[in-house]
Design a protein around this ligand. Sequence first.
Ligand SMILES: C[S@@+](CC[C@H](N)C(=O)[O-])C[C@H]1O[C@@H](n2cnc3c(N)ncnc32)[C@H](O)[C@@H]1O
Length: 297
Amino acid sequence: MGLLVLLPFFAIAIGLVSRFDRDPYSMVFLTWPLQFVCRGFFVFVPLNSKKFFIYLCPMGQKKLIRFAQIKAFPHVFEYPENMAGQWHAFFKNNHPIVLELACGRGEYTVGMAGLYPDKNFIGVDVKGNRMYIGAKKTMDAGLSNAAFLRTQIEMLGQYFAPGEVNDIWITFPDPQLRTSKAKKRLTHPRFLRLYKSILAPGGCIHLKTDSPDLYRFSLLVADMYGLTVHDKSDDIYARPNIAPELHIKTHYESLDIAGSNRIHYLQLSLPGQIADKDEELYKILRETEQSGSSVVI
Ligand SMILES: C[S@@+](CC[C@H](N)C(=O)[O-])C[C@H]1O[C@@H](n2cnc3c(N)ncnc32)[C@H](O)[C@@H]1O
């Protein structure tokens, strides 16, 4: 019985740890501790049945319904097999393919699919619950040029053939501020090599972020690894006449977690070869962190 009393606390601890690991950027939400408490309480009351979770946990129920519905969406692929090289066949055209990485609710996938009917858009994220929102919107809007891929971005190479992707957007990714987590930044050379393996020649990478640190880090990487910077701005909305897609606002953009009050934008393309200077990069980051300043270009 004593163990059963402790179970809700274990649930809260496990929930917090997994959140920290997967999405530290989101930890700012003050509502989350309450959600964990509710979840822990409802899920682990001693009835010993999985259905209990479904019926008594309001958050879990919503998620489970979404997970079930998303499986029936024809344009949502969850860890699919044999999709590399098959995306044009799926879209039934030869239009360029544009990815939105870390798409969350897929505002860019939905927005750009509406703006550019002669291109295909695929939102990529690991969280099906968030992706459901964008997937439902594209279905409701009857957009046949949008799809979603649920997977880890690290596994992109399994889902796209070399040259199958024409452009990549990275929208408000977790900035992973600690140097020890720098490898998880989506503009780290580790990811650039992955993008290189699926991008068509001349393909561009677009980064939109509220994080000045991630912006400066990406510029440092561009400089060190010989990327071409086609466009850069540390305050994109201050510029008159920006492209229509740059006006699309995402959920995280509206949260302004970095508190910078500015939206940063970069458009980059990759060099023929991405050098192995990762140790050198790590050294610079570590020295910068130790000196207490931020990366300055
Ligand atoms: C800060 S949110 C931004 C979401 C959305 N782009 C927006 O602006 O509202 C970062 C997203 O990246 C996703 N993510 C982080 N690391 C990932 C990875 N390695 N693979 C797939 N998705 C990842 C998270 O699930 C989360 O939805």
